[in-house]
Design a protein around this ligand. Structure first.
Ligand code: ZN
Length: 315
């Protein structure tokens, strides 16, 4: 089936402390903070976006902050890891950098790929995967030598107890193609394929059910070029029986949401208008940006939000 989905757009997770999160993702992993805004549904909390230089879809990781939130449990019915692509020659660099900061990664191999696995400060599983030939540029300004910089998301790991319905959604409705299967893991791809366009379905009938909360991934968003492509998918999803939302304006993209049969929240987000819509490209992430409907409340919102410092520098 032909699909307007061209790959991954962003992933959103829940953390407890915005400063700790900036230090980790921007300072240690070298991602660019591309947007500083608030949770549109709860403006007393930050919503931060990280990515490459311009926040290209597929490179974007976003966080909601719930200080003192109940810890969630990573498990079935969730995206269960944030997986980054890195140049093949960079894995020793990353192993050493993470080890110097007491994150000692575990080495794994999967589908012929070398993987470093560790966790972020809230316990979210993170992987850096050595990928040859990922032409995406990454971010040169994050203090990581250009030849080692993370390129963006590699895949998304979707953990479900029974895989059939999730796989059918991917292939029959969302237009993904099966690439390979190994044990309980099946890899699918969209668009022209390759890193940033994969989705891995992990079938684990014994996995504990995931519960939402700090330290878990909230949803995964797939990308489409524009509003027309999004409406086409919205109709296709409704016809297939999914309870798909109306279109929501997220300022930097437009979104629809639906829950797949395994319980994971999916989103379809447009490539347009992007993060430069309300900030100059060179100034991305430096000022607090508010959606226009809550802009009149700026001084009150600012008084509730903790002050954020630039990312800590790591040796
Ligand atoms: Zn989202």
């Amino acid at each position: 089936m032909k699909t307007p989905i061209t790959g991954l757009h962003h992933l959103t997770a829940i953390a407890t402390d915005a400063q700790q999160n900036i230090d980790f993702y921007s300072g240690l992993l070298g991602l660019r903070l591309v947007k500083k805004t608030v949770n549109f549904d709860d403006p007393s909390a930050y919503h931060l976006y990280y990515g490459d230089e311009t926040g290209t879809p597929g490179s974007i990781i976003t966080f909601f902050y719930w200080p003192g939130a109940m810890r969630g449990r990573v498990g079935a019915g969730q995206a269960t890891a944030i997986t980054f692509s890195a140049p093949a020659a960079s894995l020793e660099f990353w192993y050493n950098r993470l080890s110097r900061h007491s994150l000692t990664p575990t080495r794994r191999s999967r589908f012929g790929e070398e993987v470093l696995a560790f966790a972020d400060p809230d316990g979210i599983p993170i992987e850096i995967v050595a990928v040859a030939g990922d032409e995406r540029p990454g971010w040169a300004g994050g203090g990581i030598p250009m030849e080692f910089a993370l390129r963006g998301m590699h895949t998304v790991e979707l953990t479900v107890r029974a895989a059939a319905a999730t796989e059918t959604l991917l292939t029959e409705v969302m237009g993904y193609r099966l690439v390979r299967r190994d044990g309980g893991r099946a890899r699918f791809e969209a668009g022209v394929g390759g890193s940033g366009r994969y989705a891995d379905v992990m079938a684990d009938p014994k996995a504990p059910r995931g519960t939402g909360g700090a330290g878990t991934i909230h949803h995964i968003a797939y990308r489409v070029p524009d509003d027309g492509a999004q409406l086409e998918l919205q109709e296709r999803l409704a016809e297939a029986g999914f309870g798909v939302s109306d279109v929501r304006d997220r300022d930097y993209f437009h979104s629809i949401y639906y829950r797949e049969h395994g319980g994971i929240l999916f989103e379809i987000a447009t490539d347009v208008p992007g993060f430069a819509v309300d900030e100059l490209p060179e100034a991305l992430g430096t000022a607090l940006k508010l959606p226009k409907q809550i802009e009149p409340l700026r001084s009150r919102i600012e008084s509730l939000l903790p002050t954020l410092q630039p990312a800590r520098q790591y040796a």
